[in-house]
Design a protein around this ligand. Sequence first.
Ligand SMILES: Nc1ncnc2c1ncn2[C@@H]1O[C@H](COP(=O)(O)OP(=O)(O)O)[C@@H](O)[C@H]1O
Ligand SMILES: [Mg+2]
Length: 305
Amino acid sequence: MIEVQELWKTFGEITAVGGISFHVDEGEIFGLLGPNGAGKTTTISVLCGLLNADSGTVRIAGLDIKKQNRQARKILGVIPQEIALYEELSGRDNLRFWGSLYGLSGRELRAAIDRVLDLVDLTERGDDPVREYSGGMKRRINLCAGLIHQPKIVLLDEPTLGIDPQARIKILDIVREEAARGKTIIYTTHYLEEAESLCDRIAIIDKGEIHAIGTLEELTRLVGEETLVTIRGDFTAAQVKPLLGRVNFDHLEEGCLRVKIADRGEIGGFLGRLFPAGINIDTVSIREPNLQSVFLKLTGRELRD
Ligand SMILES: Nc1ncnc2c1ncn2[C@@H]1O[C@H](COP(=O)(O)OP(=O)(O)O)[C@@H](O)[C@H]1O
Ligand SMILES: [Mg+2]
């Protein structure tokens, strides 16, 4: 559905996007995860034809974004990072403006506005001026503006920036619903847990480069992350060591044993050897591999929410 090949974009000395390639399948939620300045907005701007790349190609449903821009933009919905709303106008009037830009008018436009307002649960507030909206409501109307012409492909650029957790959950639910209706979605974020919970596949982007692409499972496997099990109790290293068998232990000292396992099924096995031997165990904690550790390994940097 979306094909991006060797995309480059520089601003003077700055390489905002340095040769990225990826594809997005129909119906997929594809995440671009990276910190501020990673190149996410630049990528989205090139993808929708708002910005010209220095080199590389973008195909949207087979259409070349440069040469067939008009056709491509009809099937694209863009939700920009910066909210583009007129504060003095009502939500409904803002949507009238965006809808008419997409060539909608009359009854068709009114129906489209009703549909998107309902989609984001703002039917009741549609006639109030945008300046009276909360941050989360503005984000929702912003979303409507990109969905009003029922695009097949939706590009969302950090749609939850600066809003409270509850408003965030609401937006994520709307994105999931749109995906369930068969839309193809690119979702940029710097929030790890959004990428984890929302995206079918994730591209990790930093300093204009994509470091890895895959499902959450593939990414964690890619960097060889294993589940870590930490066992604490009243024991010595010498008591425990002979009981470990073939378990891959990471750390062992008095009162603390940490082992790496490939799957959770292994836990029962070695606990089953420790208990009968009278080893005193207080706590067992399990740390699953997550995007946090993947990001750190791939980029050498922490990505914190
Ligand atoms: N119009 C511009 N002029 C100059 N530099 C820009 C411009 N747009 C983006 N940049 C730079 O390109 C890099 C990538 O920015 P951006 O794509 O906005 O990243 P992100 O959206 O991931 O935060 C940053 O270093 C940013 O300062
Ligand atoms: Mg951005």
